[in-house]
Design a protein around this ligand. Structure first.
Ligand SMILES: [Zn+2]
Length: 472
């Protein structure tokens, strides 16, 4: 794939993404959109955007654009620049990275991006864990390991490992959690490990940093988004003393989502049925029905469980030992599978209009509120960010989920359906299993090293911003 680049304001990109097409003024004025090769980006940035802020670089898949691209030197620069003679469909944008000025307000840019030395994703849970533990020891962290009652895919032991940096008495705390959704931990682990290896010294002296490696180690090892009970950990933090949330729409499509038979024919038929329902309901209602959580189908998708699961109970116990004295607490929860490839969407728990939402936006940039911009009631989805204030009752808490994009939503759903079928009706160690695990892994982690390197700058920026703001 040939990638070409274009610099623009974040707000212009937001507009273009909403419209599905990017048509800047130059298209009318000059007849084309200015592009750059990777090597040309810094020159263009410093020539045309000096002093600019909130800039992003689009990495455009040149093979995916329809209008003609001409390399030409129209302004006697002494070099040919690529020009796109027509509108840019946003679907041709492969990924987006922030463009930030460094020393003396000079822009630099490298491809594959600043995360060029982030290691490739681990192939399995044990190797991810050992890289993380090595990096933690190398950074001078203390590590506490909590054994999980179940075994991993290759019969290995499973742990929640917590690496801790900083003074014992610190009441300013940063908590970074990977693998809430099991398989999503391949990315979270790589980001945590790289941070420990190269950036741990950024931590302010008064802050304690806790890195939780594999909040859901069973899902991580078994390459599943759920835990050992087929439970979505982020639907399990509801108030279990209250009546269970109901999801009538899920009931209508439960058997199409996870049919008993996973033959090619059954897959095609059930997918067609789901697409018909999506056509009737609209995509938004369909997505809510599928993914907002359900408590009636233990072998279905996005199942919230019938009580607090092991990881849930572990978190409450660990937090009462380590966070009860915190005065200021920041929480970053690392996820994948939603949004554009290698891009990062910030998803908050606090409602719009609250101090927590405003603070998250001030620290980390535009945060999407869970349950929609105008949501008036707290959504009852049971994500664990929702109980952070309970875990650290005396702290000011500021929290966000970082969602790194992989593939489109239908591909992700297909992987989750296959996985749910395998564990409900198939043989998780049988002939079908490896292919389904590979399908799930591909939906939540891209082994193309450019992907994790594109995720890295977003994570690094969130960590830097946290350290700049926390304790103040
Ligand atoms: Zn997730």
């Amino acid at each position: 794939m040939d990638l070409l680049f274009h610099i623009l304001d974040q707000s212009q990109w937001d507009q273009a993404r909403a419209a599905g097409v990017y048509e800047p003024e130059s298209l009318t004025a000059e007849g084309f959109i200015h592009l750059s090769t990777a090597d040309q980006v810094p020159g263009t940035a410093n020539r045309r955007y000096a002093g600019g802020t909130d800039l992003v670089v689009l990495a455009i898949d040149a093979d995916a654009v329809t209008p003609e691209i001409r390399f030409e030197d129209l302004y006697d620069h002494g070099a040919e620049f690529p020009h796109l003679y027509g509108p840019l469909a946003t679907s041709a944008v492969h990924h987006v990275v922030p463009l930030e000025a460094g020393e003396e307000a000079t822009f630099t840019f490298s491809f594959p991006h600043e995360g060029g030395d982030v290691e490739a994703l681990a192939t399995d849970y044990p190797s991810a864990r050992s890289s993380f533990l090595d990096a933690a020891v190398g950074a001078g962290a203390t590590v506490e390991s909590f054994g999980h009652p179940r075994r991993g895919l290759n019969d290995e032991e499973l742990f929640v490992d917590v690496a801790r940096l900083g003074p014992d008495e610190a009441d300013v705390c940063v908590l970074v959690v990977a693998a809430t959704h099991g398989v999503e931990g391949y990315a979270g682990s790589a980001l945590q490990t790289h941070w420990l290896t190269e950036h741990a010294q950024q931590r302010p002296d008064n802050a304690a940093v806790f890195l939780v490696h594999a909040f859901n180690p069973f899902g991580f090892s078994w390459v599943r988004r759920v835990n050992e009970d087929n439970v979505d950990l982020n639907r399990n933090f509801i108030d279990w003393d209250e009546p269970l949330p109901t999801n009538a729409a899920y009931m209508q499509i439960a058997s199409a989502l996870v049919p008993a038979d996973w033959s090619t024919e059954s897959q095609q038929r059930s997918l067609a049925d789901l697409l018909t329902v999506a056509g009737d309901w609209g995509l938004e209602r369909m997505q809510t029905a599928v993914s907002s959580g359900q408590y009636a189908h233990p072998t279905g998708v996005f199942y919230g469980g019938d009580g607090p699961v092991w990881s849930h109970r572990w978190l409450r116990s660990w937090a009462s030992d380590h966070l009860s004295g915190a005065r200021d607490l920041a929480v970053l929860d690392l996820h994948t599978g939603l949004g554009a490839w290698g891009a990062c969407q910030l998803i908050g728990h606090d409602r719009v209009g609250t101090a927590g939402h405003a603070r998250a936006g001030d620290w980390w940039g535009p945060v999407v509120a869970m349950g929609g911009e105008n949501s008036v009631s707290a959504s009852l989805t049971g994500d664990w960010l929702g109980v952070v204030q309970e875990l650290a009752a005396s702290a000011r808490t500021t929290r966000v989920a970082l969602e790194f994009g992989t593939v489109d939503a239908v591909t992700v759903l297909q992987a989750l359906r296959a996985d749910a079928w395998l564990h409900a009706h198939g043989d998780p160690l049988g002939d079908d299993a490896a292919a389904i695990r590979a399908q799930v892994r591909a939906a939540f982690a891209d082994d193309d090293p450019r992907w994790i390197r594109s995720c890295w700058p977003h994570f690094a920026r969130a960590m830097t911003a946290t350290f700049a703001k926390i304790g103040r």
